[in-house]
Design a protein around this ligand. Structure first.
Ligand code: GSH
Length: 236
């Protein structure tokens, strides 16, 4: 059985959704990143980059496979188990890959920095806040324009590119549904899928009140140190 090290965060949820879509048996283990679980020696052996999600697949190619990076996990599981989440046809596959990379290199990092500077940073630095808020708006526009022409990001079919993007954009769609009408239409269709609902619920009870989704109650000094300070950079 696959072990899924994750949590109720956008990157964790991508993997939970695909595991549910594929109907795979898995054991969920919370990596509580506000408590510093990502720095425990046993976890660092799985991912030296101290981040969830990680999967351990005992039936990997050539034996047990430990895999980090949500995009790589989605691609691996989608290819291994079929179901069309990673298209087989070369053209559809290339386009799906493009939108998966767009999420991994654009949406994920920029939305993360936006949350950091707008909400978590103590120092409210206007240039940084504007820079990432503008990037988020720009990326959302690119997605919305794509979805004005296409049912899903990769084309007519729902793929890992959609799964990777969905947990990241929900909050923004809620904030400005009229501006993001095509994304809202797409998210409604994806959100109606039972597997997506189950995936989004994985670890919901582990949601922390300090996070944006949990209500942004404010980080303690220790949590700041773990995520952005001395504990995070202890090795450098
Ligand atoms: N590029 C990585 C990013 C993973 C990531 O940023 N994970 C966050 C939670 S969403 C984390 O574990 N952060 C802990 C830390 O930075 O110490 C992926 O896509 O898997």
């Amino acid at each position: 059985m696959i072990t899924f090290y994750g949590g109720p965060t956008p990157n964790g949820r991508k993997v939970a959704i695909l595991l549910e879509e594929l109907g795979l048996e898995y054991e969920y283990r919370l990596v509580d990143i506000l408590a510093g679980d990502q720095f425990k020696p046993d976890f660092l052996k799985l991912n030296p980059n101290n981040k969830q999600p990680v999967i351990v697949d005992p039936d990997g190619p050539g034996g047990e496979l430990v895999l980090a990076e949500s995009g790589a996990i989605l691609w691996y599981l989608g290819e291994k188990h079929g179901g069309g989440f990673v298209p087989a046809e070369p053209r559809a596959r290339a386009i799906c890959h493009q939108w998966l990379m767009f999420q991994m290199s654009g949406v994920g990092p920029m939305f993360g920095q936006n949350a950091h500077f707008s909400f978590y940073a103590k120092d409210k630095h206007p240039y940084s806040i504007d820079r990432y808020a503008n990037e988020v708006k720009r990326l959302l526009k690119v997605l919305d324009e794509r979805l004005a022409q296409s049912r899903f990001l990769g084309g007519e079919d729902y793929t890992v590119a959609d799964i990777a993007t969905y947990p990241y954009v929900l909050r923004q769609i809620e904030l400005r549904p009229a501006e993001l009408a095509n994304l809202a239409r797409w998210a409604k269709e994806i959100g109606a899928r039972p597997a997506v609902q189950r995936g989004m619920d994985v670890g919901r009870s582990d949601l922390r009140k300090e996070t944006i989704e949990g209500g942004l109650s404010g980080l303690s000094e220790e949590q700041r140190s773990i995520l952005f300070g001395d504990r995070q950079y202890a090795r450098s």
